[in-house]
Design a protein around this ligand. Structure first.
Ligand code: NDP
Ligand code: BG6
Length: 490
């Protein structure tokens, strides 16, 4: 039986971008889920802010639709209570109008937690923070959440951090990476640091290499406008994949205190070997999907979806990454992510080394090296491949079997969406699962030389057919080292 959470302290959550895609698909459903379990205290309000003119009632109707579309088994009483908390204010950030209405809404509640969530284009982070400062809306109990991407390179990320930091102190800034809120990602920390089993083996003496795959079957959908200015390296690798890499590679933090964890992640980011142009050529692959079949149906290619046949934005990246430190010397981390791939799967594979010497006769069969597969989605769980003896009285034959722990079977409970945890952590003021400024900037410092080389050579990304595992050169990237990508059906 999951623990019933204690109700939060009173809060006002102000969501800029209240009519946007993220709010509709993720934020409202995530917030609603905390209502029936009593996590949201009675005196809590949600104030949606966007440019268009809407009444509270019109907005509540839209919010109710978002919840009914994205939540299974909606409890109508809880939904009614939840919708009553919501109010709507129209502010046009570009025109700098409407702030007085927001001031009015917030007046008299300076003593409650005031959480601003900026679910808008990053170009608005600066203007919104400045306006909040000018209108005296930032209180001692205020905090701000900013969505990724934070900048499009190191310089612009620094500028965003400077602007937001000129109004909010670092302990008030919550830079969200929703991968850190995923159950299995937190389980990775439990697996490593709440078991004595793995840590002694977690190094270059025993691990051959690590693979991190985040594969999607979806295309760019309605976000083509944003995506075409970003590409897979900025959209996925700079944040989600590097954060996963950090959690696999970091030393044990002193505690789960925010800065203990973030200090350790930062050390990993700083130890990533910077790529020279030759290394970028050899160790990275960019791809772009063409038409094909995905999730059972025919789909268009990226360029047709975008309506622009000259775009060279990558929708797939694979990279071989080195961590230049004692623990990970000569243990490559292979990363790959892409849209319109063969299946939706996110997983981390830890490939152990071969046994040093076999005591078995050749006809016992091949001894496959142990493999630990941490599955983030779908079917969250952990699988350990081990060798056993084939049962029976015949001669000794070896067989590889999985020790499989699928969390859905182990815990008969709904897995909360990452945003549920992260929004509640933000309201409680817990920054452990949020990125600190120096982490974001260190991640860009590693990404920038890759971006710079790609833009210098102006080579088009390698085409791949939708529904496959990306360009063939991404297979060659790992196979030339005598290794293969983990096949999820193994
Ligand atoms: P959308 O384009 O769907 O929404 C943008 C929002 O900004 C709308 O509510 C819009 O309001 C509002 N807005 C636009 N112009 C103004 C203005 N001048 N003044 C006030 N409000 C304005 O974006 P998303 O929801 O997709 O993304 C929001 C943020 O979240 C972005 O930073 C994105 O990168 C990030 N993100 C999104 C993800 C997703 O899956 N959607 C995933 C991860 C991150 P109105 O409609 O009234 O104009
Ligand atoms: C977002 C990216 O951060 O993560 C999207 O901007 C991507 O392009 C999404 O689709 C993937 O998230 P999830 O939780 O569905 O794996």
């Amino acid at each position: 039986m999951p623990n019933r959470p204690a109700p939060t302290d009173p809060f006002d959550l102000v969501v800029f971008g209240g009519t946007g895609d993220l709010t509709y698909r993720k934020l409202l459903p995530a917030l609603y889920h905390r209502e029936p379990v009593g996590h949201i205290c009675e005196d809590a309000r949600i104030i949606a802010v966007s440019r268009r003119q809407l009444t509270d009632e019109e907005y509540r109707e839209w919010a109710g639709k978002a919840i009914c579309e994205h939540v299974k088994d909606v409890d109508q009483d809880a939904l009614g209570r939840f919708l009553k908390r919501i109010q709507y204010v129209s502010v046009d950030v570009a025109q700098n109008t409407g702030w007085e209405a927001l001031e009015e809404k917030l007046a008299g509640r300076e003593d409650v937690i005031r959480a601003f969530y900026l679910s808008v284009s990053p170009d608005f982070f600066g203007p919104i923070c400045s306006a909040l400062g000018e209108h005296n809306l930032v209180t001692e109990k205020s905090r701000v959440t900013i969505e990724k991407p934070i900048g499009k390179d190191g310089t612009s990320a620094h500028e965003v951090n400077e602007t937001v930091g000129s109004v909010f102190k670092e302990h008030q800034i919550f830079r969200i990476d929703h991968y850190l809120g995923k159950e299995t990602v937190q389980n990775l920390m439990a697996l490593r640091f709440a078991n004595v089993l793995f840590e002694p083996l977690w190094n270059s003496a025993h691990i051959d290499h690590v693979q991190i795959t985040v594969a999607e079957t979806l295309g760019v959908e309605s976000r083509a406008g944003y995506y075409d200015t970003a590409g897979a390296l900025r959209d996925m690798v700079q944040n989600h994949l590097l954060q996963l890499l950090c959690l696999v590679a970091m030393e044990a933090p002193e505690s789960m205190a925010p800065d203990s964890v973030r200090d350790e992640k930062l050390k990993v980011l700083k130890a990533l070997r910077r790529m020279t142009p030759e290394m970028v050529e050899r160790n990275t692959v960019r791809g772009q999907y063409r038409s094909g079949a995905s999730a059972g149906g025919a789909v268009r290619g990226y360029l047709e979806e975008l309506g622009n046949d000259t775009s060279t934005t990558e929708t797939f990246v694979a990279a071989k990454v080195d961590i230049a430190n004692w623990r990970w010397a000569n243990v490559p981390f292979y990363l790959r992510t892409g849209k319109r791939l063969a299946s939706r799967v996110s997983e981390i594979t830890i490939q152990f080394k071969d046994v040093p010497h076999s005591i078995f006769l050749p006809d016992a069969g091949r001894i496959a090296a142990n493999k630990l597969v941490i599955r983030l989605q779908p079917d969250e769980g952990v699988k350990m491949q081990v060798m056993i003896k084939d049962p029976g009285p015949g001669s000794m034959r070896l067989r590889e079997v999985p020790l499989d722990m699928t969390f859905a079977e182990a815990f008969n409970a709904r897995h909360p969406d990452a945003y549920e945890r992260l929004i509640m952590d933000m309201i409680r003021g817990n920054q452990t699962l949020f990125m600190r400024r120096d982490e974001v900037e260190a991640a860009w410092a590693w990404i920038d030389p890759i971006l710079s080389h790609w833009s210098h050579v102006k080579e088009s990304p390698k085409p791949y057919t939708s529904g496959t595992w990306g360009p063939s050169s991404s297979i060659a990237l790992i196979e030339r080292d005598g290794r293969t990508w983990h096949d999820e059906s193994d």
